[in-house]
Design a protein around this ligand. Structure first.
Ligand code: PNS
Length: 159
């Protein structure tokens, strides 16, 4: 069984994430989506909410498993016998940090990182930008799956 992991914060999942997960799901038997818990970062959505949204919008792939993890990504991989991390690269600006993490991860445990070029439609897209634009009433309907759009409107609705 060939396994890979797509890790991230997914606060919330965007169309860019879905594109990478979908492409990875064609290359591997099972794609694990790991919502990495960072206790020092206050999210807009709880980890359980993020997981529920990711499950909903990736269910049609049929080979995607979603769960949260608190700890090192390489430890997540070791526990599940996952040899590969799949990451989207949006632009050169992503490369420096992603390269550092990839080199650290292979040095720590031998887990490979594979970079997938992001669909140019989503090269500017990030969860942070989506939240900022949505907070100020901008239209993000083309940037996130429909269930995420509903959750964003619900969460950001003024009292
Ligand atoms: O969506 P993000 O916030 O850009 O994802 C970053 C993430 C969660 C993939 C990265 O911070 C990570 O792998 N965190 C887990 C802890 C860890 O393994 N840190 C060492 C990385 S070399």
């Amino acid at each position: 069984m060939r396994r890979a992991v797509c890790p991230g914060s997914f606060d919330p999942i965007t169309n860019g994430h879905v594109d990478i997960i979908g492409r990875a799901s064609k290359l591997y038997d099972v794609v694990h989506v790991a919502v990495m818990i960072n206790k020092s970062k206050q999210g807009l959505f709880t980890v359980d909410e993020r997981i529920a949204l990711i499950k909903e919008v990736t269910a049609h792939y049929g080979n995607v498993e979603v769960e949260a993890f608190h700890g090192l990504l390489v430890e997540y991989c070791r526990q599940r016998d996952i040899p590969a991390i799949v990451k989207g690269l949006r632009a050169v600006s992503d490369f420096d940090y992603e390269l550092q993490m990839a080199q650290m991860n292979i040095g720590l445990s031998g887990v490979e990182t594979l970079f997938v070029p992001t669909n140019p439609t989503y090269s500017f897209l990030s969860s942070s930008l989506v939240k900022e634009v949505a907070t100020w009433g901008g239209d993000v309907s083309h940037l996130v799956p429909e269930p995420v759009l509903g959750a964003l409107y619900e969460r950001l609705r003024k009292p």
